[in-house]
Design a protein around this ligand. Structure first.
Ligand SMILES: *Cc1c(COP(=O)(O)O)cnc(C)c1O
Length: 392
């Protein structure tokens, strides 16, 4: 294969993303899917060489396949860091981070409005002697760490409440006490925010969402320094944190259009947010791009290239009726695909809470969350217009 020189030592995000996976030694323009669980060796010495230095080749599926390496290299580049490790789901990535970095007696400090699976996972760690203390995300700047706090876990942009984390301040507080800051960057993606540039030590992703972008992949990724990621990788290999090679390939394929998709989706989301904010039957719209958002100024500092593809809004009347009357926009308990989807947090992600607890968490029962896709904005507005007119 002939190799060209990279034209620019610091290519832009769009260029890095669209050229992902071009380094296959076969010269294939589209990287092959390495659907294998093991590799041959000619002799004992070469097996030993690869086993002691994984950069020399591949051994066994769970230790890593070429499609994993491509996805990991791509995410590390896009997040602006050295290394990444991919595994079977976002929750798997979180579980391996906790297992690799925490011990009995340690404490995790976490925000209250995390993705529901994260506190559920943290509650399992209590049985291993790892406790969690929760802080209101709007108070996160003032939290106190204890000597036991080893890890602070936040989301860059939470959902469905659409709150942002002041990453620099939180990183400084964590580092002052020797704790690591781990940021779930699933919702903004590195297209909008690179938390490691704001002081975070590790970024985790559900690659199931915007990164892959087509509702056809389940996967997770952790990115950060070589030193931290290698600790996580060795734990992940032992814990069985495997991603199917086809899923890793599909994630890379999705990432090639991440910048384009995010631009269109963010543009659609900001127009839809402004349109919804003007409807009489809409009580409130949560979107970091609206000047009415309590953290609009922080959003302008933390996010670049848009204000995200997620928004939430509260309607007067029955949210179930709106969902039933939408024609284009479908109800899905996930997000991040190319089509706009709606979900109702009170009956899905937050159903375990009482109505009062939900209200205290900023999730009234009439709140709907949208993951905005790349459709023509006029068609999205027309769908909401006809559906809102029928709600009573
Ligand atoms: C979906 C999601 C997860 C979990 O990822 P899975 O791929 O479903 O395991 C974690 N964090 C956030 C913010 C998510 O949206």
């Amino acid at each position: 294969m002939t190799r060209r020189q990279t034209p620019d030592p610091h290519p832009h995000f769009d260029t890095l993303a669209s050229h992902a996976g071009e380094d296959d030694p076969s010269g294939a323009v589209s990287e092959p899917i390495y659907q294998t669980s093991a590799f041959f060796f000619d002799d004992i010495a070469s097996a030993g060489r690869v086993l002691s230095d994984p950069s020399q080749g591949y051994v066994y599926g769970r230790n890593g396949l070429p499609n994993h390496a491509t996805l990991e290299r791509t995410i590390a580049q896009l997040e602006g860091t050295e290394s990444a490790y991919c595994c079977g789901s976002g929750m798997g990535a979180e579980a391996i981070v906790f297992l690799a970095l925490l011990q009995s007696g340690d404490e995790v400090l976490a925000t209250t409005d995390l993705y529901g699976g994260t506190p559920a996972l943290l509650s399992h760690l209590a049985g291993l002697g790892i406790s969690t203390r929760y802080v209101d995300s709007m108070q996160i700047e003032n939290f106190e760490l204890s000597d036991r706090t080893k890890l602070v876990f936040v989301e860059t942009l939470s959902n469905p409440t659409l709150r942002l984390c002041p990453l620099e301040k939180v990183a400084r507080r964590a580092h002052d006490r020797g704790a690591l800051l781990v940021v779930d960057n699933t919702t903004p993606t590195p297209y909008l925010c690179r938390p490691l540039e704001h002081g975070a030590d590790l970024v985790v992703h559900s690659a199931t969402k915007f990164l892959s972008g087509h509702h056809d992949v389940t996967g997770g990724v952790v990115a950060g320094s070589n030193e931290l990621v290698e600790r996580i990788r060795s734990c992940g290999v032992r814990a069985g944190g495997f991603m199917a090679p086809l899923d890793a390939w599909l994630a890379v394929r999705g990432i090639k259009t991440l910048a384009l998709r995010m631009r269109q989706a963010c543009d659609n989301a900001s127009r839809l947010a402004a349109w919804l904010a003007d409807r009489p039957r809409v009580r409130q719209v949560l979107y970091p791009g609206l000047p009415s958002h309590p953290q609009h100024a922080l959003a302008k500092r933390l996010l670049s290239g848009g204000f995200g593809a997620m928004l939430a809004f509260e309607i007067e009347g029955d949210p179930g009726q709106l969902i039933e009357r939408l024609k284009l926009v479908r109800f899905v308990a996930s997000f991040g695909g190319v089509t706009t989807t709606v979900s109702h947090p009170a009956s899905t992600s937050h159903r375990a809470l009482s109505s009062e607890q939900r209200l205290a968490a900023g999730i009234p029962d009439g709140l709907l969350r949208l993951s905005v896709g790349i459709e023509a904005i006029d068609d999205l507005i027309a769908d909401f217009e006809q559906a809102l007119a029928l709600v009573h």
